[in-house]
Design a protein around this ligand. Structure first.
Ligand SMILES: Nc1ncnc2c1ncn2[C@@H]1O[C@H](COP(=O)(O)OP(=O)(O)OP(=O)(O)O)[C@@H](O)[C@H]1O
Length: 596
C-alpha cells in the first residue's frame, strides 16, 4: 500500500511567521505556569536588587578609607556594618537565585513536556497528506532538536533576560544617584553598542533559520538512508550516498558556521565599545576627583555600576541570539502544529450502525493533487460477506480505492456508503474499527509476540491468541522462540523474517471482530508452500467478512465474488473470474499473460 512515497521539501521556516505570534503562542504554553512565573519574577527582582546594592556599599567603604588618608579617624563600626550588610545581601541574593534556577528548569521542562505531547498528538491526528510531503527525519528533528532548543532557552534565557533587564535599570538608577555628570560621558558609547546589537541580531535570526532548515534536511536524508541501507549496498550506491551526504553535511556545517560566526563575533565588538566607555569614565572621573567634584569611593562605585550595566548589553547580544534561535525553533514546531488535521467528524457522528458490511461506491472521483485525477466516476456495490478482488496494473489506483474506503483522504465527488450510510456520517474512530487490514508493509512494534498479536484486540485471552497463531501457521515458530510468546520482537526485523511478520499480522487480524477486511498483498512475503498452508486460515479469516483483496498474483483471487479491474483510475471490467474470462477482454489478457 502506498500511503506516502512522494516526499518533498516542505519547510516551516519558508513560511515567514510573525515573531509576535510565535511569542504569543509560547506565552500560551507558559501561561499554564503563571504562578511559578510570577514567583520567579519576584525572586529575580529581589535577588538582583540585593546584589546591586553591593557596589554602592563598596563605594561607601572606600570613602571611609579616604577619610583615613586625610588624617581623620576611621569609623570601624561603620566599616563592619557595611561589610556585614554586603555579606548578608550577597548571601540572600545567591539563595534566591538558587531557588529561582530550580523553579525555572522545572517550568521549562513542564512547557516542553506539553509541547512535545501536543506535537506527538498532532502526528496522530494530522491529515495523511502531511506525511506525503514531509520527511520523517525532518519531523523527528523538530520533535527533538527544536524542542530542546526551546527548553534551553526557556530555562536559562528567560532568567537571563529578566536579570539583565533588572541589572540595566538598577545600575542606571544608581549611576544617576552617584554621578549624573559621569553618566553623560559614559552614555556616549551606549547607542553605539545598542545599534551594533540590533543590527547583528537581525542577521543572526535569519542565519539561524537557514541553519535549522538545513539541519532538518540533513536529518531527513540520514533517516532515509539508514532505512534503505540494504538497498544502497545491493545497488553499490555507498559512494553516491556518501557524496550526497557530504554535500548536505557541508551545507549544514557552512550554515551552522555562518550562524555561529555572527553569534560569537557580536560579543567582542560590543565588549570593545563598552571597555572604551569604561576608559572614558575612568579618565573623566579622575579629573573630577582632582577638582573635588566627586569622591574616590563614588568614582569606584560608578565604575562598578557601569561594568554591571555594560555586562547585560554585551551579554544581551548573545541572549538575543539564543532567543532568536529558540523562536526559529518554535516557529518550526508551531508550523507542524498548524498543519491541517483530518477533516472534522460531523457533530454527533454515528458511533453505531455498521453491522452488515455492505459497501457502495457511487460515482466516486478523487485526486491527490489538483489537475491529476486518480479515480474517475468509480461505481460498484458489494454485498455483506462478499470477497472483492481489486486488480490492475501498478499505479492504476487500487490502493487509492482502499485509502478512500478507510477515509484517509476525502473524496472530491460522489458517495461512499457502508450499510447504506454515507461514511462521512460516522465517527471516524468507530468507522475504522469496522476494518482490519493486512498490508504488504507489515508493522511490528518493539514488544512481545503476544502484545503484537493482541494489538488492537486487548481483551483477548492467551488461548485465543494461540488459536489465532495456530491458524496463521506461526504458532510452531513462536513456541520455538527463546521466550515463546514473551519473546520481544523489534521492528528492525533482526529476529524475525518478513514472511513471519506477515503471519503474525494475519494472526492479529484473525482476532479482530471487524466486519470488513482489507488484504493488500497480504501474503506477498510468504513462500508458496506456507501460502497454500494458510489458505484455509485465510478463507476462515474472510468468512462472514466483506473482504477487499489487492493481489498481483491472479491465482489468489480467482475465487472472489467480484473482480474489479482498474485501469488509469477507471473500473473497466467488473464480474466473476468466469464471466470476465468469457468476455475475453483485458482481464482475460492479464490472466493469460500470467498463466498461458
Ligand atoms: N499520496 C499520494 N500523493 C499523490 N499522488 C499519489 C499518492 N499516492 C498515489 N498517488 C498516485 O495515484 C495513482 C494511483 O496510485 P495507487 O497507489 O492507488 O496505485 P496502485 O494501483 O495501488 O499501485 P501499486 O499496484 O503499485 O500499489 C498513481 O499515479 C500514484 O502516483
Amino acid at each position: 500500500m502506498n500511503r506516502g512515497g512522494r516526499k518533498g521539501r516542505n519547510d516551516g521556516s519558508d513560511v515567514a511567521k510573525d515573531r509576535k505570534k510565535t511569542l504569543k503562542r509560547l506565552w500560551f504554553y507558559l501561561s499554564f505556569y503563571k504562578k511559578r512565573l510570577v514567583i520567579g519574577i519576584i525572586l529575580t527582582v529581589l535577588s538582583n536588587a540585593l546584589s546591586l546594592i553591593g557596589p554602592y556599599l563598596t563605594g561607601k567603604m572606600i570613602n571611609e578609607m579616604v577619610v583615613v588618608n586625610n588624617g581623620l579617624n576611621i569609623d570601624f563600626n561603620e566599616v563592619f556594618l557595611l561589610g556585614g550588610l554586603m555579606i548578608s545581601f550577597y548571601l540572600t541574593s545567591a539563595l534566591m537565585n538558587y531557588i529561582l534556577s530550580v523553579a525555572l528548569v522545572k517550568m521549562s521542562q513542564s512547557v516542553v513536556f506539553k509541547l512535545r505531547t501536543d506535537l506527538f498528538n498532532k502526528m496522530t491526528t494530522v491529515s495523511v497528506k502531511y506525511f506525503d510531503t514531509n520527511q520523517t527525519g525532518d519531523i523527528i528533528s523538530r520533535m527533538s532538536y527544536d524542542i530542546d532548543t526551546i527548553a534551553g532557552s526557556l530555562s536559562s534565557d528567560a532568567l537571563s533576560l529578566i536579570t539583565s533587564t533588572i541589572t540595566l535599570v538598577v545600575s542606571f538608577i544608581m549611576m544617576i544617584i552617584v554621578s549624573p555628570l559621569l553618566l553623560l560621558i559614559y552614555f556616549i558609547t551606549i547607542p553605539l553598542s545598542f545599534l551594533l546589537t540590533t543590527f547583528l541580531s537581525k542577521i543572526i535570526k535569519k542565519k539561524l533559520r537557514i541553519r535549522n532548515k538545513s539541519l532538518g534536511q540533513l536529518n531527513g536524508y540520514t533517516e532515509e538512508m539508514i532505512s534503505a541501507q540494504k538497498t544502497i549496498q545491493s545497488y553499490v550506491q555507498e559512494d553516491n550516498v556518501y557524496e550526497r551526504y557530504k554535500i548536505l553535511n557541508e551545507d549544514t556545517t557552512e550554515k551552522s558556521y555562518e550562524a555561529g560566526y555572527y553569534l560569537t563575533t557580536t560579543g567582542p565588538g560590543v565588549l570593545f565599545i563598552n571597555n572604551f566607555g569604561t576608559a572614558l569614565v575612568g579618565t573623566a572621573g579622575a579629573i573630577l576627583v582632582l577638582f573635588g567634584r566627586i569622591m574616590v569611593g563614588d568614582l569606584s562605585a560608578f565604575m562598578l555600576y557601569s561594568k554591571r550595566f555594560s555586562g547585560p548589553i554585551n551579554h544581551m547580544s548573545n541572549l538575543v541570539a539564543d532567543i532568536q534561535s529558540a523562536l526559529a525553533a518554535a516557529e518550526r514546531v508551531f508550523y507542524v502544529l498548524d498543519q491541517d488535521d483530518e477533516t472534522q467528524d460531523i457533530l454527533d457522528g454515528k458511533d453505531s450502525g455498521i453491522t452488515e458490511g455492505q459497501v457502495t461506491f457511487d460515482d466516486v472521483s478523487f485526486r491527490y493533487v489538483e489537475d491529476r485525477p486518480v479515480l474517475q466516476n468509480v461505481s460498484f456495490d458489494v454485498k455483506p460477506g462478499q470477497t472483492v478482488a481489486i486488480v490492475g496494473q501498478t499505479g492504476a489506483g487500487k490502493t487509492t480505492l482502499v485509502n478512500l474506503m478507510m477515509r484517509y483522504y476525502d473524496i472530491n465527488s460522489g458517495k461512499i456508503l457502508v450499510d447504506g450510510i454515507p461514511i462521512e456520517s460516522f465517527n471516524r474512530k468507530y468507522y475504522r474499527r469496522a476494518f482490519s487490514m493486512v498490508l504488504q508493509d507489515t508493522w511490528i512494534f518493539k514488544g512481545t509476540v503476544l502484545d503484537n498479536i493482541k494489538y488492537g484486540n486487548g481483551d483477548c485471552s492467551f488461548e485465543e491468541v494461540v488459536e489465532a497463531a495456530k491458524k496463521a501457521r506461526i504458532h510452531h515458530y513462536i513456541s520455538h522462540l527463546p521466550n515463546g510468546y514473551d519473546t520481544v520482537l523489534s521492528d528492525e526485523g533482526v529476529n524475525i523474517s518478513k514472511g513471519q511478520k506477515q503471519l503474525i499480522v494475519i494472526a492479529r487480524a484473525m482476532l479482530s471482530k471487524s466486519q470488513m477486511l482489507i488484504l493488500d498483498e497480504a501474503t506477498s512475503n510468504v513462500d508458496t508452500y506456507t501460502e497454500v498452508n494458510i489458505q484455509e486460515a485465510m478463507l476462515n479469516l474472510m468468512k462472514h467478512k466483506t473482504t477487499f483483496v489487492i493481489a498481483h498474483r491472479l491465482s489468489t483471487i480467482r475465487n472472489a465474488d467480484i473482480i474489479l479491474l482498474v485501469e488509469k483510475g477507471n473500473i473497466i471490467e467488473k464480474g466473476t473470474h468466469e464471466s470476465l474470462m468469457e468476455q475475453k477482454g483485458k482481464y482475460h489478457e492479464l490472466f493469460m499473460s500470467q498463466f498461458a
